[in-house]
Design a protein around this ligand. Sequence first.
Ligand code: MEV
Length: 337
Amino acid sequence: MTTCSAPGKVYLFGEHAVVYGEPAVPCAVERRARVSVEPRADGRVRVDAADLSLDGFTVTWGGGVDDRPDVDVPTPLLSAATEYIEAAVDQAREAAGAPETGFDITVESDIPLGAGLGSSAAVVVAGIDAATRALGTELDPEEVARRAYRAEYEVQDGQASRADTYCSAMGGAVRVEGDDTRTIDAPPLPFVVGYDGGAGDTGRLVAGVRTLREEHDFAADTVATIGDLTREGERLLAAADPETEPDDELLAELGQLMDFNHGLLEALGVSSRSLDAMVWAAREAGAHGSKLTGAGGGGCTVALDSSDETEHALGYTAECEQSFRAELATEGVRVEV
Ligand code: MEV
């Protein structure tokens, strides 16, 4: 049995705009998906995915990739999870030159599905690494990221940037602009995540922004403005000492940009009542800034706050099901022993 894990992520800046070639800065956080893989001789793929949390429920799913899982919580998200695993298996088979190999696969994840924390990217990244290693092929994390991007691109009908998969494979803070991907230095930022228990439909949200951008100049300008503020945020991170806790002045400047970013995402129609409620609860609790993270529509917000106030206030916010502090995950995909 070979087990690999990969972290989820929050977007400090730049989701959606990154799809149109603007830069984005996602940061990996210490919430991981673990994928265990055992090759099997008969070419079949069986998947057991317990603990995939969804709308606040925990779903246990045992089934085959070919014959769809038999679950009593029918959901497009769960079948999307199947598609991501299928795509990861295809990438691993190709990378290892073993197109006929079957696998027993177990997926465990403490990243809520479809909630903006990069659950699908983490599963795909960990799955490709585990399956290729199980076949005796070791890919470097950059190659895992490239293949994971291809898998996501396929499942999302060509509507994916490299941001989620690159961040999950490499860990830490990264910068993505089109095909240009790199890790960047960032101080240990005090992220606080709020989760409304729901999820957004990434494909539909990305398509919605695409249409808006095609039909309205303001939307194209909004996307470009998100790019501008992301570049401003990058300059702040580049000037900071990555070894030192960030001071209040830096947090205030980054937080203000996060607030701007949230407003612009709202203008693009990807926020929701619960995401807005959590963003405002964080701001009122004294967070330096707060925004939705990921595709939006529901799911998670991220705030910057070194104190316990935001986590506490979110705990009392009706729209928030769970709040937690999220440490920057300096390690990306890794083998679990
Ligand atoms: C989804 O986590 C982030 C989006 O920017 C889509 C993408 O980058 O593929 C909305």
